[in-house]
Design a protein around this ligand. Structure first.
Ligand SMILES: [Zn+2]
Length: 270
């Protein structure tokens, strides 16, 4: 008798769990609005790693590319998206990678080539032996992200040469812009663009706010420095009418294909 009552109870609880976790009922952002996906690393998880959400395992990343191809998505870099904002096809997607991890060359580029895809990588100029996780939260002092190998300049040259990767700026030192005075913020935003342009003989059009933290002052500085777009860590999608506060859809290394497909369809994360 008890079992008869338990079964519907379990079903109701499960439905409640899936609804709150995946928001499958939420309003879908139309496919005419591009999706900008946010990644950091593509590599296997570290046993016991605190930041495994930032590590998408390579087989999972490949599944995502395979699915995007099959489902009819077109890949753009952020600079291309900005240029073509008024005539983007339905189902336009940009893959973005923050910070400049070495696996972006070793694990990501071969898959971009295999699936004829593109990406934008936000490079921190002074990225080696720097523990920026503590700039956001002092207690994040495990050094876990600092120990992750970053791209060398030579490796970045290979990414540029591939023709599939847009190199973009993520400041000089991955500072917390909200805590910086205006002169420092200006230098970090402007000099990072100039350094990357000079070192790699490219034009840098795109910017990502470190930690997604910024003020109105920083938006003005990014514009004044000559960038034409900037991404945040705000969850969702933007139509590029305000190209300096672009939202992104976070891809977590802890979620499977079901969550990924749902986010692509909904255009937002939970
Ligand atoms: Zn970052």
């Amino acid at each position: 008798m008890l079992v008869i009552w338990l079964i519907p109870l379990v079903i109701v609880l499960m439905l409640g769990y899936f609804s709150s976790r995946y928001h499958w009922w939420a309003k879908t952002v139309p496919y005419s609005v591009p999706r900008v996906l946010m990644y950091h690393m593509v590599r296997e998880h570290l046993p016991g790693g605190k930041f495994n959400g930032l590590r998408v395992p390579p087989h999972q990343f490949e599944q995502q590319l395979q699915w995007l191809r099959k489902d009819g998505w077109t890949f753009f870099t952020l600079a291309e998206m900005q240029r073509r904002r008024s005539d983007l096809p339905e189902k336009s997607v940009a893959l973005t990678f923050d910070d400049g991890y070495e696996d972006n060359l070793t694990n990501v580029l071969p898959l971009l080539e295999k699936y004829d895809a593109k990406a934008t990588i936000y490079i921190v100029c002074d990225r080696h032996d720097r523990d920026w996780s503590v700039y956001k939260k002092k207690h994040h002092s495990s050094g876990e992200l600092m120990r992750e190998p970053k791209l060398s300049d030579t490796q970045i040259e290979r990414l540029v040469a591939s023709g599939r990767v847009e190199i973009a700026s993520h400041t000089l030192t991955h500072l917390n812009l909200r805590d910086a005075d205006e002169a420092t913020a200006k230098e970090e935003i402007q000099a990072s663009k100039q350094q990357l342009e000079k070192r790699f003989v490219i034009t840098v059009n795109s910017f990502a706010y470190p930690f997604g933290i910024f003020t109105e002052r920083d938006v003005a500085l990014v514009q004044a420095a000559g960038y034409d777009n900037a991404v945040t860590t705000e969850q969702g999608c933007s139509d590029f009418s305000d190209p300096f506060r672009l939202a992104r859809v976070k891809v977590s290394g802890k979620e499977g294909m079901f969550a990924f497909r749902l986010r692509m369809r909904l255009g937002r994360r939970n």
